[in-house]
Design a protein around this ligand. Structure first.
Ligand code: ZN
Length: 462
């Protein structure tokens, strides 16, 4: 019996072409809706001399320029605040009093934007899809999910709706309360799942015995749900978490409520499985991170920056919105579970990409290679930049923490093995400085990947 992966049951029997036709049929209605209900989108189409009806296929959509990036969204929000007294932007398509849920991005850089803004109808559409995604990790009625993110100001809040839809009970604890409070709540509520960032899950392995006198394995979880960082895309991290917790770790994702996806029940990480292509075209519309020219996303292994276009969104539909996430797309059947749709691995941020001797290098790819040397290294590293990215005059400089058992006399050998492995995997030969464990601080939120030695505004790209 074919397994039911997609939220829409009919999609489980559809070919990729039929799924595309389904998306195209929704696209036309969505673009007309955006044109009619938002001055931002009307101006975009008008300036190109196009009407929404001119975009008939995925191909037409791919050939449209990018309409919005983060800075444009900020400007749109400032303009709507000025003109209408709300921060949801001129791309808001629904009446402002119809907004039912809003959440911002983390706001680590610049003014937060309310990119997660939904009407009730949007949430009624999205919640069962979020629920379906989490059900693939085994979450079901009666489960208690300790949910640890910065609530309200942070994007993941909408996931709570999906959990409730399943009949699971979220134990939502604001991440700003800290790890000790979180561990006490685990002790009190006995959750069956934990949802948090992978680096926080790693941190708890050390912290649980200190605070509770217990190993994390004693939580007897059915599963660990992680998001927000590349984490379990790195085999050593997946293995470390699964061994310590004694359960499967699932990676889930839905940037701005788009592209809901989850990894599968497999020892090997085969990427995020796109289980709801009826939400958006995010995995079908990729561009080169530098030139912004279309990349053919139907080719297995293609790498590009995702461009989001919603298909059935009411409040703030994304149309040709590039958030800056770079992914690698896989179109072949998943060897782990048999899923036939698109899968992606997150490669990094378009802003983080470096160009070393004409080769595009993502810091995450470097980190993946370095992590294969655990425990000879801790896994912590920084890319040292002497001038503003993306161009780097070789050699690329790295700081890597060596493992605690590695003696001084072993360091030169380790550095040259690391350099060789990086050359084999990504064709660069960096200069590696090994530093003692604990030198590069690990953050519970997003740990920086760069150490910048240049003046911050010297080479700003305009
Ligand atoms: Zn799979």
């Amino acid at each position: 019996m074919p397994k039911s992966f997609y939220f829409l049951d009919q999609m489980n029997q559809m070919s990729p072409d039929e799924i595309r036709e389904y998306q195209e049929s929704k696209l036309k209605t969505q673009l007309r809706y955006c044109y009619d209900h938002s001055e931002f989108y009307r101006e975009k189409f008008d300036s190109l001399g196009l009407k929404p009806e001119d975009i008939r296929s995925m191909e037409d959509l791919r050939n449209l320029p990018i309409f919005m990036r983060k800075d444009d969204e900020r400007k749109s929000a400032e303009a709507s605040l000025e003109k209408y007294g709300h921060p949801f932007g001129l791309h808001l398509c629904a009446p402002v009093d119809e907004i039912y849920l809003t959440g911002t991005t983390s706001g680590t850089t610049g003014t937060p934007t309310f990119s997660y803004t939904f009407t009730k109808k949007d949430m009624e559409f999205l919640s069962p899809r979020i629920a379906k995604r989490l059900s693939l990790a085994g979450v079901a009625k009666g489960d208690r999910v300790a949910f640890f993110f910065a609530l309200g100001i942070y994007a993941t809040t909408m996931t709570l709706w999906g959990l409730r839809e399943l009949g699971a009970l979220p134990i939502d604890i604001d991440a700003r309360a800290g790890s000790e409070v979180f561990l006490r709540f685990i002790e009190l509520t006995r959750p069956t799942f934990i949802a948090c960032t992978p680096s926080f899950a790693e941190y708890l392995i050390k912290k649980a015995p200190e605070i509770l006198g217990k190993e994390v394995q004693e939580f007897r979880l059915k599963g660990l749900l992680t998001t927000g960082e590349i984490g379990i895309g790195i085999p050593e991290i997946k293995k470390k978490l699964e061994t310590a917790y004694g359960c499967r770790v699932y990676d889930y994702w839905a940037p701005c409520g788009n592209a809901p996806a989850i990894s599968c029940d497999s020892d090997v990480y085969y990427g995020l499985h796109a289980i709801a292509p009826d939400v958006c075209t995010s995995y079908d519309d990729l561009v080169d991170p530098i030139t912004k020219k279309p990349v053919d996303s139907d080719v297995d292994g293609a790498i590009g920056e995702m461009v989001h276009t919603n298909l059935q969104r009411e409040a703030c539909p994304a149309v040709k919105y590039a958030y800056g996430d770079v992914v690698q797309v896989f179109t072949k059947e998943c060897p782990g579970c048999g899923f036939k749709g698109k899968r992606v691995k997150v490669i990094g941020r378009a802003d983080d990409m470096l160009i070393v001797k004409g080769v595009n290098v993502y810091p995450t790819a470097i980190k993946n290679v370095i992590s294969t040397f655990i425990p000879d290294v801790t896994g912590e590293m920084r890319v040292v930049l002497e001038s503003p990215p993306p161009r780097v005059v070789p050699p690329l400089k790295l700081k890597v923490e060596h493992g605690s058992h590695v003696g001084r006399e072993e360091l030169p050998g380790l550095a040259s093995r690391l350099a060789q492995a990086l050359h084999d995997a990504i064709k660069i030969r960096p200069e590696i400085k090994l530093v003692p464990p604990g030198t590069l601080p690990k953050e519970t939120r997003k740990t920086p990947i760069f150490e910048k030695l240049y003046e911050p505004y010297a080479g700003i790209r305009t």
